[in-house]
Design a binder for this molecule. Structure first.
Ligand code: HPA
Length: 272
């Protein structure tokens, strides 16, 4: 079956479940799925019900689409995302973004938890993603290009919208805090990086490191969507502090930062 037919089937199924036309899509990383709880009269669709949708496997990542209205805006939230380290192909990880586009979504907001590579960062900081380094050595666009979905060689020179980044800083300022802005290095994982790898990433220009986001953003740009991304600095990357890294620490930090992060995302949805 062609990619387009799969997208059509998934989108048709979702359309059949909702009577809204969401224009904003959100992919929420570890712990932030609670944003979906703020939706009035949410429509919740289990990933397992959607044709061709993969199912996520990591603790702390649910597997639901939640559609509804927040701040008078119709949104579609992916509560739980897919990661290449789970064994999915890059195409599979980013498939939902193509479905979003098919549903009429033109703006994509992505959030993730990331390790702080920039030593001036602190645990709990929020970073608006300025740009990324694709260090997964994979690309979801590999294979024949469907010109209906986008061009063969998509431009990535402003992958993360300058306009939306500015808007994010303005909203944060109105909430009396400031956002970091930096480069997100996307790696495959699932092992965390070694201290040597973190030193390498710093030399390469990374400010934060994580295991998601890059494939989704490549597909979103291919589809002509406007993208805004945030990293919650959930831990300092390996070798910076004299302590081991753990998923537990990541979850604890995202839990602590959650109220601030949610308020920011809500403010941005309102301002969009
Ligand atoms: N490295 C990679 N991915 C991550 C990290 C990290 O330190 N923290 C949260 N996600």
């Amino acid at each position: 079956m062609s990619e387009q037919s799969k997208i059509d089937e998934a989108a048709a199924f979702i359309r059949g479940e909702i009577d809204l036309r969401p224009e904003i899509g959100l992919i929420l990383g570890s712990g932030l799925g609670v944003l979906a709880d703020l939706i009035e009269k949410p429509i919740v669709i289990d990933y397992s019900k959607i044709p061709h949708f993969p199912v996520s496997t990591v603790e702390g990542h649910a597997g639901e689409l939640v559609v509804g209205t927040i701040q008078n805006k119709q949104v579609l939230i992916m509560k739980g995302r897919f990661h290449a380290y789970e064994g999915y192909a890059a195409q599979t990880v980013s498939f939902p973004v193509r479905v979003m586009k098919e549903l009429g979504i033109h703006t994509l907001m992505v959030t993730n938890a990331a390790g702080g590579v920039n030593t001036s960062y602190e645990v709990g900081d929020l970073m608006v993603i300025k740009d990324h380094l694709n260090l997964t050595y994979r690309n979801p666009l590999i294979g024949p290009n469907d010109n209906q979905l986008g061009v063969r060689f998509p431009d990535m020179s402003e992958a993360y919208s300058r306009r939306l980044r500015k808007l994010a800083h303005d909203v944060a300022a109105s909430q009396n805090f400031s956002l970091r802005e930096g480069v997100y290095a996307g790696l495959l994982g699932p092992s965390y990086e070694t201290p040597a790898e973190i030193r390498m990433l710093r030399i390469m220009g990374a400010d934060a490191v994580g295991m998601s986001t890059v494939p989704e953003v490549i597909i979103a740009r291919h589809a002509g969507m406007e993208v805004l991304g945030f990293s919650c600095i959930s831990n300092m990357a390996a070798g910076i502090l004299d302590q081991p890294l753990s998923h537990a620490e990541v979850m604890v930090t995202t839990e602590k930062v959650k109220p601030k992060f949610l308020k920011l995302v809500l403010g941005i949805i309102e301002a969009l």
